[in-house]
Design a protein around this ligand. Structure first.
Ligand code: ADP
Ligand code: ADP
Length: 228
């Protein structure tokens, strides 16, 4: 589903954020991306979304070479990927329902589809009862659930989460990670960049460790850090 072939990313500033990355993530997988701040995790995710272009190499997403994707085709790529961020990025003047609905509306979805899909996405994250609330009336964990519902409402094949629990307390972080795991078990491929050592160590998922723009470890049922 995702293939990096000798991918490098050098920013105009001269920083080499990723150096000759080879990576394969299959459909249905759950992969953590770990590494110190500045190691290149966000850059890797931005390349998959084509928010940044590679300097060298090729990236395939769902069989398409996205490095040669035309600008007008980029929205189709983004539509197949749900994204959540550390800071939730909800629209403050819209209700929970409207936030999720908006993500469908901009893809040109029909009202009938939205009436079916929005409640389903809210149900999936356990927020059906908060549909009419505004983001500032919700806890951080609830806001991240809304962001997850919004990311999933268009039924993407891939979910990308960049530090999704960075603003949450430990217990809530666990709930969000469990929810992401459940979403994975329902068939969505998941990539999570995170610093949550405790969670990574107990979830026993694939761990891709990045350091200074290089993959230094890629383990099934891995740990945040190699004990050796
Ligand atoms: P991480 O997500 O692991 O913290 P990033 O991918 O954000 O790492 O950053 C990797 C490196 O690239 C860092 O040295 C960072 O300063 C640099 N970098 C990230 N984004 C930009 C940018 N837009 N312009 C220039 N340098 C950047
Ligand atoms: P596990 O319990 O080990 O996490 P899963 O039940 O999530 O395994 O998945 C079993 C296998 O099926 C994995 O190889 C996974 O990649 C694949 N898989 C899971 N869901 C889907 C799906 N909706 N479409 C395609 N492959 C899937």
């Amino acid at each position: 589903m995702i293939e990096f072939k000798c991918v490098s990313k050098k920013y105009p500033s001269g920083t080499l954020a990723l150096n000759k990355i080879d990576l394969h993530i299959s459909k249905g997988e759950f992969a953590f991306i770990v590494g110190p701040s500045g190691s290149g995790k966000s850059t890797l995710l931005k390349l998959i979304l084509k928010e940044e272009d590679v300097t060298e190499g090729e990236i395939y997403v769902n069989g398409f070479n996205i490095t040669t994707l035309k600008p007008k085709e980029v929205p189709y790529l983004r539509r197949s990927i749900g994204v959540v961020f550390q800071d939730f990025r909800l629209l403050p003047k819209k209700t929970v329902y409207e936030n999720v609905e908006f993500a469908m509306r901009i893809t040109g979805a029909l009202p009938k589809e939205m009436r079916r899909q929005v409640p389903m996405a809210l149900g999936l994250v356990g927020l059906s009862k908060k549909a009419d609330a505004y983001p500032d009336e919700l806890s951080g964990g609830e806001q991240q659930r809304v962001a997850l519902a919004r990311a999933l409402v268009n039924r993407p094949s891939l979910l990308i989460a960049d530090e999704p629990t960075g603003n949450l307390d430990p217990e809530t972080s666990w709930e969000i990670m469990k929810l992401i795991d459940e979403i994975n078990h329902r068939g969505t491929t998941v990539i999570v960049a995170t610093h949550e050592k405790g969670i990574v160590d107990s979830m026993k998922k694939r761990v891709i460790a990045i350091r200074k723009g290089e993959i230094i470890r890629d383990q099934q049922k891995g740990q945040y850090q190699d004990e050796t």
